[in-house]
Design a protein around this ligand. Structure first.
Ligand SMILES: *Cc1c(COP(=O)(O)O)cnc(C)c1O
Length: 390
C-alpha cells in the first residue's frame, strides 16, 4: 500500500524535534551536528533568536494580505536586495523553483517585447539543477529528472559543464540567454572558474544574450561573498535567489536589471503567497545580518579553516576521499566511496551532511558555525571516514 506521504523521497530514518544553532536534536534526544543546514537553507542556524523574534513579532501582527495591496515588508526586502546587488528590481517568490520559472518567463518576455519572440533559446549546462517544475527540469535536462515527464518544454539546449568551446560554438545573436549556477550545488559543488564566468559575460555582451545566474544555493553569503558571481567581478542581468535568504522560512526572489525586467508589466506575473509579510519579515532580518561585511569576512575565515582541516582529513583517509572543492562554506568532498556510505557513516557519528552528484558529499553548515563546531565536525567526519577505511 502506498504511504500516506507520496513516496517521492528516500529519507534517513531520523526525525528532528528541535534545533539550536548548528545542532539538530532528534526525537530520541540525540544531538546531531548539522553540516547540511536543510540543504544550505538554515543560513543562520536553527532557532536563531533574531529570526525567531522577526517571525513571531510579524506573526502577532499580520500573516498574509495578498499582492492586491502594498506590502511594506516586501518593499523593504526588495530595497535590501537592490541595495546589495547589481539589480534594479526584485520579485519575491516562495521557492527556488518559482524563481527559475520567473527567470525563464522574464527572458522570453524580454525578447518578445523587443519584437523578437522567436529568440527564446536558453543555453544551460549539464549537471545543473534549477528545481523540479516542468520548466526547471527542461532547463537542466538531466535524464534522472525528466524521464517520464515528457513532452518537455522546448527552448533549452544543454552544453557540457564548463565547456567554453562548446559555449562559443553554440551562442549566437539568436540566443535568448545563458543560464547557469556559478557553483553547481546538486551537481557536486562544481565551481566555474572566475575566468570562465567573465568569458560568458563577454559572450553575452557580444551577442546580446541575457546572463541568468542561479544563485539559489551559492548565494546569500554561502561562498563568502553575498553572491558567488561577485568573486569574478561580473554581474548578471537576472539572478535567482532562495534557500539561505529565508533562513528556514520558504522564501525566494528573482532580481534583475531594469532592462532585463522591462517586459514584466502589470499582470504579466504573480503569486498568491509570494512576498507575504511573514516570509519577508524574516528575509529582511536575514539580509540585514548576512550582508554585513564583517559577517561575510567571518564566512571566509571559517571556510578557510574548515577547508584546511579537510585537506588534512583527505591525507588521513586516501581510500575514502579524493579532493575538497568549493569556496567559503559551500564545500564538497569528492569521494572514492559511494557518497551515501559517507553520509550514513556520518549519521552513525551524529553528523549531518548531504550527498550530491559527481560522487560528492556536501558540507553546507550554518554560516555562523563556531570554530569549535568546525573542529568537532571534522573530528566526527574523521571517525565516519574511519568506518569506511580499508
Ligand atoms: C535548491 C535549488 C533550486 C530549487 O529550489 P527549491 O526551493 O527547491 O524550489 C534551484 N536552483 C538551485 C541551484 C538549487 O540549489
Amino acid at each position: 500500500m502506498i504511504s500516506h506521504v507520496l513516496p517521492t523521497y528516500n529519507r534517513a530514518p531520523i526525525a528532528f524535534e528541535r534545533g539550536e544553532g548548528t545542532w539538530a536534536i532528534a526525537t530520541d534526544g540525540t544531538r546531531y551536528l548539522d553540516l547540511g543546514a536543510g540543504i544550505a537553507v538554515n543560513s543562520l542556524g536553527h532557532a536563531n533568536p533574531d529570526l525567531v523574534s522577526a517571525l513571531t513579532e510579524q506573526a502577532g501582527r499580520i500573516w498574509h494580505v495578498s499582492n492586491l495591496y502594498n506590502i511594506p515588508q516586501q518593499e523593504q526586502l526588495a530595497d535590501l536586495l537592490v541595495e546589495h546587488t547589481f539589480a534594479d528590481t526584485a520579485f519575491i517568490t516562495n521557492s527556488g523553483t518559482e524563481a527559475a520559472e520567473l527567470a525563464i518567463k522574464m527572458v522570453r518576455k524580454y525578447w518578445s517585447e523587443q519584437g523578437d519572440p522567436d529568440r527564446y533559446e536558453i543555453l544551460t549546462f549539464e549537471g545543473a539543477f534549477h528545481g523540479r517544475s516542468t520548466g526547471a527540469i527542461a532547463a537542466a535536462g538531466s535524464e534522472k529528472m525528466v524521464k517520464g515527464f515528457g513532452p518537455l518544454m522546448p527552448g533549452f539546449r544543454q552544453l557540457p559543464w564548463g565547456d567554453m568551446e562548446a559555449l562559443k560554438a553554440a551562442i549566437s545573436d539568436r540566443t535568448a540567454a545563458v543560464m547557469l549556477e556559478p557553483v553547481q550545488g546538486e551537481g557536486g559543488i562544481r565551481p566555474l572558474p572566475d575566468a570562465d564566468l567573465r568569458l560568458i559575460r563577454g559572450l553575452c555582451d557580444q551577442t546580446g544574450a541575457l546572463l541568468v545566474l542561479d544563485e539559489v544555493q551559492s548565494g546569500m553569503g554561502r561562498t563568502g561573498r553575498l553572491f558567488a558571481h561577485e568573486w569574478a567581478g561580473i554581474t548578471p542581468d537576472i539572478m535567482m535567489v532562495a534557500k539561505g535568504i529565508g533562513g528556514g522560512f520558504p522564501l525566494g526572489a528573482v532580481v534583475a536589471t531594469e532592462k532585463a525586467a522591462s517586459g514584466m508589466a502589470a499582470g504579466t506575473h504573480g503569486s498568491t503567497y509570494g512576498g507575504n509579510p511573514l516570509a519577508c519579515a524574516v528575509g529582511v532580518r536575514v539580509m540585514q545580518i548576512i550582508a554585513q561585511p564583517e559577517f561575510l569576512a567571518g564566512v571566509n575565515r571559517k571556510g578557510a579553516l574548515l577547508r584546511q582541516k579537510l585537506e588534512g582529513l583527505i591525507a588521513a583517509h586516501p581510500g575514502v576521499f579524493e579532493a575538497v572543492r568549493g569556496q567559503g562554506l559551500m564545500l564538497g568532498l569528492k569521494c572514492k566511496v559511494a557518497p551515501a556510505d559517507l553520509v550514513n557513516a556520518g549519521y552513525a557519528e551524529h553528523l549531518l551532511t548531504v550527498g550530491a552528484a559527481d560522487n560528492t558529499v556536501r558540507l553546507l553548515p550554518p554560516l555562523n558555525i563556531s570554530d569549535e563546531e568546525i573542529a568537532e565536525a571534522v573530528a566526527r567526519l574523521d571517525r565516519a571516514a574511519g568506518r569506511l577505511d580499508g
